[in-house]
Ligand binder design. Structure first.
Ligand code: AMP
Length: 398
């Protein structure tokens, strides 16, 4: 079975074509700057030349048409015909309380996705556009939606409710949903496999640290708390997002700086985080370089980031009554050798210590704690695409 995995952002489309027989990636790539005259299309196959094109691409539908043409192209293709695509799996950001698992898409699901978009106006519309485009071009191919929020639907009410008037939850759905669920699900399963233990017997803290970051407490294979909330803005300090702040700061700044709701939203989502503190960049590598050259605000941004990740690890160990393994994943978690070392400094009280030699690794799956540590530390590259493809096979393969 061949599954096309599609991840649509507002101006991007990432894809992987996976043969589920052996879970082999046949092709992958992305479209960037969709809507512009100089959109970029990159297409890669294993052990073959990469294709890169710059051309006008109007919308996601046009991008998908280009993609399907390339997949069956004589020179760059990997399929004989479009009929060899058996199912499409879509990443969808927000499934609200309607979806606690992935789902085969039908008209009722499309209606529910539109309703979810009301609480995720930034994130869900491009996902829906991608699904519509696939349905129009491949009407007979089953489509599956895999949600970032679904894994966190197991959180108990005391963890997911905000102490606002209860009606705001009951009538408007204001609560913690959590995100990066597909990534946390994948790495926690991999962690149990690497430990050779049943995930049901494990307490895992999964740290997805990238441009967006979140930490999740996974007890017995289920998410019991996570640091992102109603939107992906809350929790940890991120590349450009503030993470948690005192909510009273918002009306204060709006009044003092004469900001509209949209402007304060931009300040919190795009101008804050390690970019706002360092004044240098949102990219952890650039900030790390600046810190090494003596830039104090760059060092401060990193110190704040590491501090908050460490504090959240401590909180989630308390939530689960202990911890058996801590995982680092995503751009910073997989590659940030210094970041992992700084976060783990002082975790001996939990029964763990990072091994500097084992930690000297980028983008590889590896245990990085000292031999015999009671609590294991792991670096595990995430693979959301394979989770989406597996769910798609499970639901569409029937
Ligand atoms: P992601 O959102 O998961 O793609 O992660 C992007 C982030 O990972 C960027 O801030 C990168 O700077 C960061 N990253 C990538 N490689 C490294 C590295 N070697 N050290 C530290 N951060 C890195």
């Amino acid at each position: 079975m061949n599954v096309l995995v599609v991840n649509c952002g507002s101006s991007s489309l990432k894809y992987q074509l996976i043969n589920m027989n052996g879970e082999q990636v046949l092709a992958k790539g992305q479209f960037e700057r969709i809507g512009a005259d100089d959109a970029i299309f990159t297409h890669k196959r294993p052990n073959a030349d990469k294709l890169e094109q710059v051309k006008p691409i109007k919308n996601h539908k046009e991008a998908l048409k280009i993609l399907l043409d390339i997949l069956v192209d004589k020179q760059y293709g990997v399929l004989n015909s479009m009929d060899e695509i058996d199912a499409v799996g879509h990443r969808v950001v927000h499934g609200a309380e309607k979806f606690a698992d992935s789902v085969l898409i039908d008209d009722n699901v499309m209606k529910a996705l539109d309703e979810c978009a009301q609480i995720a106006p930034l994130h869900n519309p491009p996902n829906i556009e991608g699904i519509e485009a696939c349905k129009a071009i491949m009407p007979n191919v089953p489509q599956v939606a895999v949600f970032d929020t679904a894994f966190h639907q197991t959180m108990p009410k005391e963890a997911f409710l905000y102490a606002l008037p209860y009606e705001e939850y009951a009538e408007l759905g204001v609560r913690k949903y959590g995100f990066h669920g597909t990534s946390h699900r994948y790495v926690s399963q991999r962690c149990a496999e690497l430990m050779g233990k049943d995930i049901k017997a494990l307490r895992i803290i999964s740290c997805h640290l990238g441009n967006g970051s979140s930490v999740t407490a996974v007890k017995g294979g289920k998410s019991v708390d996570t640091s992102m909330g109603f939107t992906p803005l809350s929790g940890l300090i991120m590349g450009t997002r503030s993470g948690d702040i005192d909510p009273a700061i918002i009306p204060f700044l709006m009044e003092k700086r004469h900001l509209s709701p949209q402007e304060i939203d931009t300040l919190l989502n795009k101008k804050s985080g390690v970019l706002g503190i360092s004044g240098v960049s949102n990219d952890f590598r650039t900030i790390g370089d600046a810190a090494k050259e003596g830039n104090e605000r760059a060092q401060l941004a990193l110190d704040m980031f590491h501090y908050h990740v460490r504090a959240t690890i401590g909180a989630y160990a308390a939530v689960m009554g202990g911890v058996d393994a801590i995982i680092f994943t995503a751009g910073v978690g997989e590659n940030g050798i210094d970041d992992r070392a700084a976060i783990c400094e002082g975790l001996e009280y939990l029964g763990t210590k990072i091994d500097p030699e084992k930690n000297n690794v980028r983008g590889e799956e590896r245990e990085i704690s000292i031999d015999g540590a009671k609590v294991k530390l792991f670096a595990i590259p995430t693979n959301e695409e394979i989770m989406i493809a597996r769910d798609t096979q499970r639901l569409a393969g029937k």
